[in-house]
Design a protein around this ligand. Structure first.
Ligand code: ATP
Length: 319
């Protein structure tokens, strides 16, 4: 292993820069050369690759987004595109690769690993939708952004005695909604994995109103959809004015929290250590406070589950 490549792929996530920084610096510390691949797999296909040194990753640990930029590439998913990617890696003499991204990016990394390229997957996505790891890079920052928004909306919600629906990211995985709803004291949390119906949400809101609560916050994961229809149903069933706020891309940006920076730095370091050890296809993660790694095929086979304990606790605390 003489030269490794690093790329960020899929949706950007705060903390990706801290991971790039760790990969580059730990590699150089160990005498390796590093190629920075721009715009994910698409940049790899386009040969948009540059040498990185210790200063290339200076002054980025505190920045959201990704210095290497990110992209989604349809071409890489074709057989011809994949073959081209293998050729580009050979041409640039890249012996091992670190892919920072979500589950889609991991599928690409798995394909490369299975084709014989030592490839490490670092989970970088705000969605926290990979089962094998407790946390992905960016989730904690997104969570804190949402919790801060809930506090702001709660003020105006109380002043007007309104219901506020806050739509947060999460197409298939409701972790942002669940964790932020619990941390923000929401009355109701609606996630794609559990069908709790409009009537239960309305019941919670009315119970709160009857005991004199001034505000009602409903956290809705985007995968459930139709926030404005939900608002109409709530108004009809509770008689309370209901407003919708969509968090959108606000959740994806911002300076990464200390938790995400630490996580990213530790993941980055482990990925380089594994490449040096001669490992082929590993997914890096955290379980409890331990950094772990497992076969990337096995990691992707695990189906993401809801944290039932947190879900039940959120319901109890919202009585
Ligand atoms: P996020 O969780 O933020 O959406 P992601 O990594 O899941 O991030 P995707 O758009 O699903 O984002 O995937 C990123 C890129 O990974 C795709 O554009 C494609 O180039 C590659 N990719 C996705 N799925 C596969 C696959 N099955 N085989 C090979 N490459 C894939």
């Amino acid at each position: 292993m003489k030269r490794i490549g690093v790329l960020t792929s899929g949706g950007d996530a705060p903390g990706m820069n801290a991971a790039i920084r760790a990969v580059v610096r730990v590699a150089i510390y160990n005498g390796l050369k590093v190629s920075g691949i721009k715009r994910g797999y698409q940049g790899l296909l386009d040969g948009d690759i540059e040498d990185m040194n210790v200063s290339s990753v200076g002054d980025i640990i505190h920045r959201g987004g990704t210095k290497l930029q990110s992209a989604r590439s349809m071409e890489f998913m074709t057989d011809a595109g994949f073959e081209k990617a293998l050729n580009v890696l050979k041409m640039f003499q890249i012996d091992g690769l670190v892919v920072i991204g979500g589950d889609g990016s991991f599928k690409g990394a798995k394909r490369l690993a299975n084709a014989g390229i030592p490839t490490m997957g670092i989970p970088g996505t705000i969605d926290n939708d990979l089962e094998y790891t407790d946390y992905t890079i960016g989730f904690d920052t997104a969570l804190n952004t949402v919790v801060s928004a809930i506090s702001n909306i709660r003020d105006t919600s109380s002043s007007h005695g309104r219901v506020n629906i806050i739509e947060v990211m999460g197409r298939h995985c409701g972790d942002i909604a669940l964790y932020s709803g619990l941390a923000g004291g929401a009355e109701s949390i609606i996630i794609p994995e559990i069908d709790n119906g409009v009537s239960e949400t309305c019941k919670k809101i009315l119970e709160g109103k009857h005991r004199g609560k001034l505000h009602s916050i409903v956290i809705l994961a985007e995968g459930v959809g139709k926030p404005y229809e939900l608002a109409e149903s709530i108004e009809k069933n509770t008689g309370m004015e209901t407003r919708v706020s969509v968090m959108g891309h606000l959740q994806r940006g911002g300076t990464p929290t200390a938790f995400d920076r630490l996580l990213a730095s530790r993941f980055g370091a482990r990925s380089v250590d594994l490449l040096i050890e001669g490992k082929k296809g590993r997914a890096i993660g955290i379980k409890g406070s331990e950094i772990i790694d497992m076969d990337i095929n096995e990691a992707l086979d695990l189906e993401k589950t809801v944290n039932d304990e947190l879900y039940e606790l959120a319901k109890i605390l919202a009585i």
